[in-house]
Structure formats: C-alpha cells, structure tokens
Design a protein around this ligand. Structure first.
Ligand code: GRF
Length: 199
C-alpha cells in the first residue's frame, strides 16, 4: 500500500477530501502523516479526529534548509511515497524537492500558468477573466510551475466575490486532487518534455 504525506497550513479541506476518498477506497493508499507548519491549522484537528498521525512542525523563524530537513526527517520516518501539498503556505527548498523527485504534488486555485502565487482567486477577479479554475501539478523548483497533471475550468460570474469564486473553485479542487493522486499512484501517465500525457 502506497503511503501519502499531506502537508497543510490551515483549513485542511483538500486534505479532508483526499482522506474521504482514501476511506471510501477510491484512492488505494494510506495517509501516513499529516504535517502542518502552523499549530493553529484547523486541518490538524480534522486529522486527529479521524485518528490519523498528525504532526505539527512549527516553521516560524526557522531557516528554510533547517526546516526542510525536519520535514524530510518526518516524511522518511513515516515512509512516505507521495507528498501532497494541500494549502501548505511555505516555499520548499530545491534540496527538499530533490529528495522526492516526481513525487510531490500541489493544488493551485487557478488555471496555471495564469495567476501563480498568493490570492489566485483575487488575481483572477481583478484581471477580469471570465474563466478560471484549478490545477494539480508536480512540484519543481519554480513556484507553481511544474508539469500539469489535471486542470478544470470554473466560470467567473459577474456577481462573484473572492469568497463565492473561491467556493466554486474549491468544489473542483476537492474532486481533481484525488483524481490526480489516483493517476500518479497508478503510474497512468508519461512525461513528454513538460507535458503529462495520461494513459
Ligand atoms: C486551496 O485553495 C488550495 O488550492 C490552495 O490553498 C487552499 C487550501 O485550502 N493551495 P484547504 O486548506 O485545503 O481548505
């Protein structure tokens, strides 16, 4: 059974959607550890309430390389095969990324490469796009830039606020993150240049 390590910083709704799919047998894996860099992350309580192994590793004030070594120590101790960033609000060092080549996923609330970085839903509204969405991609050393596994489009309504748009995108995030995990765990893809071609 493959082992997932899920990294969070906050609410943890993507983690919860993944955990629900693991419980339902839709993802053939187990959640080996949920790691948060913030002790106040609501997702930590959700993980503990489900009886999962949840660890808090506070990152505040720590040098990136030192912190990333702590993360890797936990992920290795928990024998994690696939690292899933789910609202993890901290940049990872190149060193960290090289410890898990092709084995780190992230979800981002826009159609990358549009609107990388923080507040993607606000960026989409401010730009005036009519369609945005969400992206699950492999993590490489550039921000929100690795090969794209799955994307879904979400319409922007004239009446949208950041909150209403974020909620519409989030429903799709919860669906495609689990689907992308299934694709990656099943090895049902190949990489051509920076294109992921699904089998
Ligand atoms: C999501 O919008 C995700 O795309 C972004 O951070 C948010 C995390 O939400 N990376 P949650 O903690 O999974 O509820």
């Amino acid at each position: 059974m493959k082992r997932l390590g899920i990294l969070i910083s906050g609410r943890g709704s993507n983690f919860e959607a993944i955990a629900n799919n693991v419980t339902a047998g839709n993802i053939e894996a187990e959640i080996a550890v949920v790691l948060s860099n913030r002790s106040a992350a609501a997702g930590l309580d959700l993980a503990r309430a489900r009886g999962l192994n949840a660890e808090c590793l506070p990152s505040k004030g720590l040098d990136r390389e030192i912190y990333d070594r702590m993360l890797v120590e936990s992920l290795e101790r928990n024998r994690v095969d696939l690292v899933c960033l789910a609202g993890f609000m901290r940049l990872l060092s190149g060193w960290f990324i090289r410890q898990f080549p092709g084995r780190i996923l992230n979800i981002h609330p826009s159609l990358l490469p549009a609107f990388p970085g923080l507040d993607a839903q606000h960026q989409a509204l401010a730009h005036g796009v009519k369609i945005t969405g969400c992206t699950v991609h492999f993590v490489d050393e550039d921000l929100d830039a690795g090969p794209i596994i799955l994307q879904t489009a979400v319409p922007v309504e004239d009446s949208d606020t950041v909150e209403s748009l974020s909620a519409r995108i989030l429903r799709e995030e919860h669906r495609i993150y689990s689907e992308a995990i299934r694709v990656v765990l099943g090895g049902r893809y190949c990489l051509q240049g920076r294109r992921i071609v699904l089998d």
